[in-house]
Design a protein around this ligand. Structure first.
Ligand code: UN1
Length: 507
């Protein structure tokens, strides 16, 4: 598919696109224009007009108005909207997956994988729409019962990052919609076209269901759109994905008005490889984790913690694999690693490598910027020590630190010895070691895997992490509870009025 065909298929073939949607008539955004760039060429793809402050106000007001009716639509019927969204995504999978590659730079199979993740969460949410269960508990009083009910919360603000320009929105959107919430989505300024394409798909589905205003996009700069969403008291929940630094700002601003936030912030994910591991499996998982998405997932593998008997052969194997990674156009079938997202990302990587050299780390392979247009780099393999300060930082680039550890105890200590706590993995054939790693004395991360890598989680489990990763949980399991408010109801079906705790009050 060439660029024109992709844009046409997704209804994005205008000279200037308005960065707004979710209403029957396409609105004018009213704010400043910005250009979306193809990171593989540095060339513009299209121009988007963002929202100004008035525009954001209109979108939030619409989400608020729609919430007043959407919350009373029976949940299984809300599920029907999400089922149709999943089906519409199936139809547009090729084009949307290609647009993700084009605008963000990840390779096509990963772009398609992202759309598949959207489809999967829609399926999950449809089932969930009949399972928003509350508990019933015994009352201490005769002829009473206590029951928990889950009610819709309100318009949810969703602020997403460039690296998963569509899937992370869908984790929030599919779940929030069946929970009876409406959404206002502020996508990354690097990937406005992906967001507009998704909004076009949502618009068609909302039209068919006469449910305008459930899904709303609000494109524009963070300081206009993002700031407005985090400070708006009509928005009881803000789901934010991005850096720890921005997450701290969002969490503080939202907490200041007693709002809730779901935070998916930085990761610094390690793979532990013990002497008894299946070396080939470990090497493949590490490569996918570190080189996949050019090291720009929050779940990317950044550290390998290997014991003395295996670190040598593992390093040799990784060197062999790294030397053969095809780097290039992400839409080309043979490519395994596309470009970084922009010039700033390349500079951040180069600065990190300078610091590594200065602190005595050894670059065993790669780390050069590639000549020519676009933001291409070689993935870097680095021999490092856990005590080097840069190793504790999340550098959003394909840099992998190889660190020797004496044994499982030291591996767990080093795994946990960073500020972030998103994902982790162990490769071993010793079930005692694997279970230790998963125990309360093991990995302190939100995700802990055995004989599979740190990235590429399925939507069925709750996704998120501890410490500076922010503590939020999204997508599967019971993450839906964050998108609803819990009401505890005590019901007296007797003829007397006994008080709890046996209190006598004037009787
Ligand atoms: C992210 O990088 O923000 O587990 C999300 C994974 C993907 C999601 C990553 N399913 O790697």
């Amino acid at each position: 598919m060439d660029v024109r065909a992709i844009l046409e298929e997704l209804e994005l073939d205008a000279d200037v696109l308005d960065g707004v949607g979710g209403a029957p008539h396409r609105e004018t955004a009213g704010g400043a224009e910005s250009v979306s760039i193809n990171p593989a060429t540095g060339e513009p793809i299209a121009t988007v007009r963002g929202l100004d402050a008035d525009g954001v106000e209109r979108v939030v007001a619409r989400a608020q108005r729609t919430f007043e009716t959407w919350r009373s639509v029976p949940a299984p019927r809300r599920g029907e909207l999400v089922r149709d969204l999943g089906n519409a995504l199936r139809e547009k999978k090729q084009a949307l997956g290609a647009l993700v590659s084009l605008e963000m730079g990840k390779i096509l199979p990963e772009g398609l994988g992202e759309v598949q993740e959207m489809i999967d969460i829609c399926d999950f949410a449809v089932g969930l729409s009949r399972q928003l269960y509350g508990l019933t508990m015994p009352s201490e009083r005769p002829d009473h019962r206590i029951q928990e009910r889950w009610h819709p919360l309100g318009p949810v603000g969703v602020i997403t990052a460039f690296n998963f320009p569509v899937a992370v929105w869908s984790w929030n959107a599919a779940i929030a919609a069946v929970c009876g919430d409406t959404l206002v989505w502020k996508p990354s300024s690097e990937t406005p076209l992906c967001a507009l394409a998704v909004q076009r798909i949502c618009d068609r589905v909302m039209e068919a269901h006469d449910a305008w205003g459930v899904f709303n996009v609000a494109i524009g700069p963070g300081r206009v759109v993002g700031e407005a969403l985090i400070r708006d008291r009509r928005i009881p929940l803000v789901s934010f994905t991005g850096s720890c630094e921005m997450g701290r700002h969002v969490a503080t601003a939202v907490a200041d008005r007693f709002g809730r936030s779901i935070l998916e912030l930085g990761g610094n994910n390690a793979v532990i490889v013990l002497d008894d591991a299946d070396l080939e499996m470990a090497a493949r998982a590490i490569t996918f984790g570190a080189v996949g998405t050019a090291g720009q997932r929050c779940t990317s593998t950044r550290r390998v913690l290997a014991t003395p008997g295996i670190i040598g052969p593992l390093t040799e194997r990784l060197l062999e694999i790294y030397a053969k990674v095809p780097i290039g156009d992400p839409l080309d079938e043979s490519t395994l690693m596309g470009p970084l997202v922009n010039e700033a990302a390349v500079e951040t990587m180069m600065k990190a490598l300078d610091e590594i050299r200065r602190d005595g780390g050894e670059i065993l392979f790669g780390g050069r910027r590639l000549d020519g247009p676009g933001y291409f780099v070689e993935p870097a393999l680095v021999r490092a020590r856990a005590s080097m300060p840069i190793v504790s930082c999340e550098t959003f680039a394909p840099i992998l630190y190889l660190i020797e550890v004496a044994d499982l105890d030291e591996a767990i200590a080093v795994n946990n010895g960073v500020p972030q706590g998103l994902s982790s993995a162990i490769f071993t054939t010793d079930f005692r070691a694997a279970e230790r790693f998963l125990s309360e004395r093991g990995s302190d991360c939100g995700l802990a895997n055995v004989n599979t890598g740190t990235s590429g989680a399925e939507i069925g489990g709750a996704f998120g992490g501890e410490k500076e990763t922010g503590g939020g949980r999204e997508s599967g399991s019971d993450s839906w509870k964050a998108y609803m408010r819990r009401q505890t109801a005590t019901i007296n079906f007797g003829t007397a009025l006994p008080l709890a705790q046996g209190i006598k009050f004037g009787d």
